[in-house]
Design a protein around this ligand. Structure first.
Ligand code: ATP
Length: 489
């Protein structure tokens, strides 16, 4: 997947984009704990009400109706997060306009109305400081890690981004500090085993979820400790696993492509169900990566994680095809592009709902001792109902005592400690979430990205973390709570 050049953009460049003055509140839940997910939980932006204090007449820039992202994200519902995972507790009361099947973009007659809310901000602040050292660019030229099978199997289908710094090359070449790669005896066997596990029932999502309804209580037959808190008796019965093959599927359209493979919208000819099918060419992608993605996606059951319905291998074994729920809202990357095209902006409430969904998904993964490692706009999908879904687990890793020692992910979204060669902890996913949100709400990437990789690394590792800032020229003002939330992330 290629990264678009992200030059500086500003709302002030865009006529018709209104100034916003937002106030809100931050709910503080409990005492601070040194876990970034918990910190996010402690400092959730609360957009239960808000108010725009600037009318269109306050600014000569206002020229007409304001395009506003009105993402149909349904209200927060309790989502079981197993194993004592931190509950994020983002308190959000979204207006009825935000729920249901509202169109993505609506024209509203004035500035977004955001009511005042009381502030209960905690004085605790948490700043992630950049490390003092930085990795060599060669360390960042591919998704790589000690877990991998080495470059020979890694291939380079996706290549690397230079300035954009996409680390989505398929290789698993070890970083310089990583231990020597240990080849698996027969990676194809691992893939077959992972697929076999799914077809014998480990994959357990209800096919009815394909109707576009979010899984309020995700069904699971997962008996891992992390999911023990979810009572199996309250879960819907599991449908028999489906057998998929090219013969029963009709390819409808291409949804996207990344380093890991192409994703298509497909229809099951037997029952007309629509799926997203990801095709991974095993010759090009490190086997380990495929097995990891299969294992993770087939055992995760959460409303904010894209649901897997099975997988199959092409007759020649050259391709693995993963059947997923189809997220017809597209990715945040695609949504960001559309917003740019129409000169629209993401409002605070929508940004908050996105943050909530991503963090809930991350908290769930964390409860399963997994970290995503590649949080970025193209890996955050939106369902028809506006539910946020994390996808692409090709480089996700298992947490071992809260760290993962491999160097994978997409450079420009990487936390300073990662580009500095440090260990990947769950806080790196939280950092990437913050960068993703900043990019979305400010309509520009928070770091210079059209510069050599070396400079990107230097900037991320040496600069102060980017902040959410007001744009007085455009009359844009974010709530203190939103700014604090980004700062926490
Ligand atoms: N379930 C889905 N529903 C709708 N679109 C999807 C789905 N899964 C993936 N896509 C689209 O396909 C794109 C690529 O998917 P994905 O990120 O899984 O592939 P990848 O090859 O691993 O990409 P990357 O380069 O990020 O590693 C996504 O950005 C998204 O636009």
């Amino acid at each position: 997947m290629s990264v678009r050049p992200m030059g500086p953009r500003s709302r002030s460049d865009r006529p018709g984009v209104p100034p916003l003055s937002l106030t809100g509140s931050l709910s503080t839940l409990g005492a601070p704990i040194p876990d970034p997910l918990a910190t996010a939980q402690q400092h959730p932006p609360n957009f239960s009400s808000a108010h725009s204090s600037i009318s269109p007449s306050d600014t000569p820039r206002f020229v007409g109706p304001i395009p506003t992202l009105n993402t149909p994200i349904p209200p927060l519902r309790p989502v079981p997060i197993g194993g004592g995972a931190p509950r994020l507790g983002l308190k959000l009361n979204i207006s009825s306009k935000m729920a249901g099947n509202a169109p993505l973009f609506t024209q509203v007659a004035g500035p977004p109305h955001i009511e005042d809310a009381s502030t209960t901000m905690s004085p605790e602040e948490r700043t992630i400081r950049p490390h003092e050292t930085y990795a060599s660019p060669s360390q960042t030229s591919a998704r790589s890690g000690s877990e991998g099978l080495g470059t020979s199997e890694g291939g380079s289908a996706g290549g690397s981004r230079s300035a954009g710094g996409d680390m989505n090359g398929n290789g698993y070449a070890g970083a310089s500090s990583a231990p020597a790669p240990v080849p698996a005896p027969d990676p194809m066997e691992d893939i077959r085993a992972a697929i076999g596990k799914m077809s014998t029932g480990s994959q357990s999502a209800s096919a009815s979820q394909l109707d576009g309804r979010p899984a309020v209580t995700p069904p699971t037959n997962d008996r891992s400790p992390a999911s023990d808190s979810t009572s199996s008796s309250s879960l819907p019965p599991l449908p028999p696993p489906k057998d998929f093959s090219d013969d029963v599927l009709e390819e409808l359209s291409r949804l996207g492509e990344g380093a890991g493979g192409a994703v298509h919208k497909v229809r099951d000819k037997r029952d007309d169900k629509i799926y997203a099918r990801k095709t991974i060419t095993t010759r090009e992608v490190a086997m380990r990566q495929v097995v990891r993605e299969l294992n993770i996606i087939s055992t995760t059951q959460h409303v904010n994680i894209v649901q897997c319905f099975g997988a199959y291998m092409s007759p020649s074994s050259s391709e693995v095809k993963i059947m997923m729920e189809y997220c017809d809202g597209g990715s945040l990357e695609a949504i960001g592009k559309k917003l740019k095209e129409v000169g629209a902006v993401v409002g605070e409430r929508t940004a908050c709902r996105i943050a909530e969904g991503v963090l809930q998904g991350l908290a769930y993964l964390h409860s399963k001792k997994t970290i995503h490692r590649d949080i970025k706009p193209s890996n955050i999908l939106v369902s028809r109902d506006g539910v946020i879904k994390l996808c692409d687990f090709g480089v996700s890793g298992e947490l071992v005592e809260s760290i993962v020692g491999t160097f994978t992910g997409t450079l420009i979204y990487m936390a300073p400690e990662r580009v500095s060669g440090g260990k990947y902890t769950v806080r790196c996913d939280v950092w990437s979430t913050g960068i993703t949100l900043l990019e979305l709400v400010q309509n520009r990437f928070p770091f210079p990205s059209d510069v050599p990789t070396f400079e990107v690394i230097l900037t991320i590792s040496k600069s102060e973390p980017p902040k959410l800032e007001d744009d007085p020229n455009a009359g844009v003002k974010w709530s203190d709570e939103m700014k604090d939330f980004i700062k926490q992330a």
